[in-house]
Write a protein that binds this ligand. Structure first.
Ligand code: ZN
Length: 221
């Protein structure tokens, strides 16, 4: 669906009852799954096919700890042996994954705690591609985005014509407004691959996203 230089590719699947977007990032002989959501079976099959050709799943990255984004962390880890990375302040959500799922009426998944935490400015790699971590708290305290080339995998911070909920535990509207401001300051051509809904761009959201604009105005951002 989107690409940056070299042989880097991104495969997306819209998954489960909350239509959560999972992304499989692949370059040469390395891959990463971002947000292994409920029933990301198309991506799981693709990764199994890639693994059979010698591609290694090197990590499982979570944009944030809400259950729909991390539901199959344990399944992917068991299948491929890759470590789980999540924002430091969202590790709490992974510990309480069962409660999160049951609260939503879904069967309790197996718990897998983060192996490593993510923080602002960290540089990650897949093959030859370097990927930066941007802390984007507000929807959850430890939300992060993954930035490479003109692409941002942004989790639930901004969507096409809407923005992340701030009525969940640990959420904060003023903090989300500041994170939206950071996204607004990215180059306008930046493609946003969100946690739900369609791919969009910074320019399009700056132009059209009334909810985000109102939230930023309210908090003086
Ligand atoms: Zn969320």
């Amino acid at each position: 669906m989107s690409s940056s230089p070299s042989s880097f590719r991104v495969q997306a699947q819209n998954c489960g009852p909350l239509q959560t977007n999972a992304y499989l990032l692949v370059e040469h002989d390395e891959a990463v799954i971002v947000d292994p959501a409920i029933d990301a079976d198309v991506l799981m099959q693709q990764m199994c096919d890639l693994a059979a050709r010698g591609v290694k799943l090197v990590a499982i990255w979570n944009t944030h700890g809400h259950f729909d984004h991390v539901y199959d962390n344990a399944r992917w880890k068991a299948e491929f042996g890759a470590p789980i990375f999540c924002g430091r302040a969202d590790a709490f959500f992974l510990e309480h994954l069962r409660e999160q799922a049951l609260w939503f009426g879904l069967p309790a998944p197996e718990i897998a705690l983060p192996d490593e935490t993510l923080q602002e400015g960290q540089r990650l790699r897949i093959g030859e591609t370097e990927i930066g971590v941007i802390e984007l708290p507000g929807h959850s305290p430890g939300s992060v985005g993954f930035a490479f080339g003109d692409v941002l995998i942004g989790g639930d911070v901004v969507f096409e014509n809407s923005c992340g909920r701030v009525d969940l535990p640990g959420a904060d509207a003023a903090t989300l407004a500041a994170s939206l401001r950071r996204i607004w300051e990215l180059p306008p051509q930046t493609q946003i691959l969100p946690g739900h809904g369609a791919q969009t761009t910074v320019a399009r959201e700056r132009q059209n996203n009334l909810a985000a604009r109102q939230l930023m105005a309210h908090f003086g951002e």
